[in-house]
Structures are given as structure tokens and as C-alpha cells.
Write a protein that binds this ligand. Structure first.
Ligand SMILES: [Zn+2]
Length: 242
């Protein structure tokens, strides 16, 4: 290798650490995420549904004062498109979950198109999963909003443990995958469920993947529009779940 080549390789390695040259987006199929970085921490954050505007606002503001890496989906709709088929991005984390979701949302699709969409997902899934998996000892927090019916009552029957301190407020709750995090979260004034093993059926959600791979994951759900409540619950996690 010539001296010039050595220098340029050194320069390249040095430049690689410049924040401006780090990727600012990551994607899988039609789901494209903006990457927000702040300092160095083992926290990872995710907002995966494009129609959950409260979660976006809360997370973006949170990242101004908390360290970690956040992934914010850019789409404005809940569903994304892969090979011109509709897909819920929180069902793409396993092939079996994605396939079920593609058929559910596109019942008239040609089988070849579904297979082709699954190939696209298979080829890029691990890259996104690697980004969303926290470093050892770290924690991934996903922010969601619900608007139609969905509440902690839907999760209780498929959970390993539950603590419902606010039964009158079922739309606001934590869902976690690590029993040690559950032990801390259950001391909060909020609703919390533990899904250490996840639902029996693999639905392709990130919580199911976290349970299967054994990484720490907390899902923070509140009703759409309840920004103050979501901010308060997120701050509770930051303060007490270490
Ligand atoms: Zn959601």
C-alpha cells in the first residue's frame, strides 16, 4: 500500500467519527427512520407508527435533554408500503409476523407479490434490528399512542405479570420484557405488564422480538393527545429504571 493510500485510510477512519458523517437515516422496506443522536448512552428510543403524533413530539423534545439514540419514523401514516403492499411496521420484525400482516392488510394480493415483499424484508431486517437493539445493559423504549379501543386490557390475558395501579386509565401503560424492569416499574403509580415470553403466536412486533432475544424493552402507551402524561411516564422511566 502506498504512503498516500495509508494516509487517506487514516483520514477516512478519523472522519468516520465526525457526527455529520454518521448516517442520519435507516430504513426497512417503506419504513424510513430519522436518527436523532445525543451524547453517549445505552438508551435507544423508537417511534414506529407515523400517525402517532403525540409520541413524535414527546420523543423529539425528550432527545434535546436526554442522551441516547432515537429512531423516528418519517411516514405520516400508520402503515408503510413494501412492494406496493400495505404493512404495519410493528409487524415486520419476524417473517412469520410480516407474512400474516401482509395477508391481513392485502387479502387480494398475488402470492408472488407477498413472497417478493417478504424477500425485501428478510434482506434488510437484521440491519434495522441491530440498530434498535440496545447495547449490553441498555434499554430500548418505544413510544406509542392509541386512539381506538386498544388498552392494557388487551395485553393482560397474554402477560406474565401485571400491576394495574390506574385501572380507570387503561390507555396509559408500560409493557416490558425484562422481569427486573417490571419489578421497578410496578412501584410506579402507572399500569404495567410484563411479557417476558411474548404472545405464543409470533406477531412480528418489536416487543415479541425483544422477549425472544432477551433484550430489555419498554413500550410506553398513552392515548393520542396525552403528551403531558406520556412525558411524565417517560421521565419516570429515565429516573428510576437504570
Ligand atoms: Zn403504535
Amino acid at each position: 500500500m502506498s504512503r498516500a493510500a495509508v494516509v487517506s485510510r487514516r483520514q477516512f477512519l478519523a472522519l468516520g467519527w465526525l457526527p455529520l458523517l454518521r448516517p442520519r437515516h435507516i430504513g426497512l422496506a417503506g419504513a424510513r427512520f430519522r436518527i436523532l443522536r445525543n451524547g453517549r448512552s445505552k438508551r435507544r428510543y423508537l417511534r414506529i407508527h407515523g400517525d402517532e403524533e403525540t409520541a413524535r413530539q414527546v420523543l423529539e423534545r425528550h432527545m434535546e435533554t436526554h442522551e441516547g439514540i432515537a429512531y423516528v419514523v418519517e411516514s405520516r401514516t400508520r402503515l408503510v408500503v413494501v412492494q406496493s403492499l400495505k404493512l404495519d411496521p410493528n409487524r415486520m420484525f419476524s417473517r412469520v409476523g410480516a407474512e400474516a400482516n401482509l395477508w391481513q392488510l392485502n387479502p387480494d394480493a398475488a402470492p408472488e407479490r407477498v413472497r417478493s415483499a417478504l424477500r425485501v424484508l428478510d434482506s434488510g431486517r437484521e440491519n434495522l434490528v441491530r440498530a434498535l437493539t440496545p447495547p449490553k445493559g441498555g434499554l430500548t423504549i418505544a413510544l406509542h399512542n392509541n386512539s381506538t379501543g386498544y388498552s392494557v386490557a388487551d395485553e393482560v390475558p397474554i402477560s406474565d405479570r401485571t400491576s394495574l395501579r390506574q385501572p380507570g386509565n387503561p390507555h396509559a401503560f408500560f409493557l416490558c420484557t425484562d422481569p427486573r424492569d417490571f419489578d421497578v416499574l410496578k412501584t410506579s403509580p402507572y399500569n404495567v405488564v410484563l411479557q417476558q415470553h411474548g404472545p405464543k403466536q409470533d406477531d412480528g412486533s418489536l416487543s415479541r422480538l425483544a422477549a425472544a432475544r432477551g433484550f430489555r424493552y419498554v413500550n410506553l402507551e398513552v392515548a393520542a393527545g396525552q403528551a403531558e402524561r406520556q412525558r411524565e411516564m417517560l421521565n419516570w422511566v429515565e429516573w428510576y429504571v437504570t
